[in-house]
Design a protein. Structure first.
Length: 100
C-alpha cells in the first residue's frame, strides 16, 4: 500500500514538473523559442527546483527572485523583472491550486 502511495506522489510531482517546464518554455529569457530554434528542453532543468520551492510554500517574491537569479546569474542575460514576476505568478497559480 505504501508503495502505491509513493508511486502516486511521484506521478503527481512529474506532472507538476512538466507543467512548469511548459511555462518556462514561454518564459524563454534568451529568446531561443525552445522547440523551434533551440532544443525543446532548453529550460527544463530549472523545473524540479521550482516545483520544490512551490511545494515548500514559497512566496511570489521568492519565486520571482529565483527566476531573476537564473536569468541574470546563471544564464547571463539582462534582468526583466516584469516578465519574471508574470511567470512567477503563472507558476504559482498553476501549482498552488493542486496538491504539490
Amino acid at each position: 500500500m505504501a508503495g502505491d502511495d509513493r508511486g502516486a506522489r511521484k506521478h503527481d510531482a512529474m506532472k507538476w514538473v512538466a507543467k512548469v517546464q511548459d511555462i518556462l518554455r514561454r518564459w524563454d529569457p534568451i529568446g531561443v523559442r525552445p522547440g523551434e530554434i533551440a532544443p525543446a528542453d532548453e529550460y527544463d532543468d530549472y523545473a524540479p527546483h521550482i516545483v520544490s520551492m512551490v511545494a515548500g510554500g514559497c512566496s511570489t517574491d521568492d519565486l520571482w527572485n529565483h527566476l531573476n537569479t537564473v536569468r541574470v546569474n546563471t544564464i547571463g542575460v539582462e534582468p526583466n523583472p516584469d516578465r519574471d514576476r508574470e511567470i512567477a505568478n503563472e507558476i504559482l497559480v498553476a501549482l498552488r491550486d493542486r496538491a504539490v
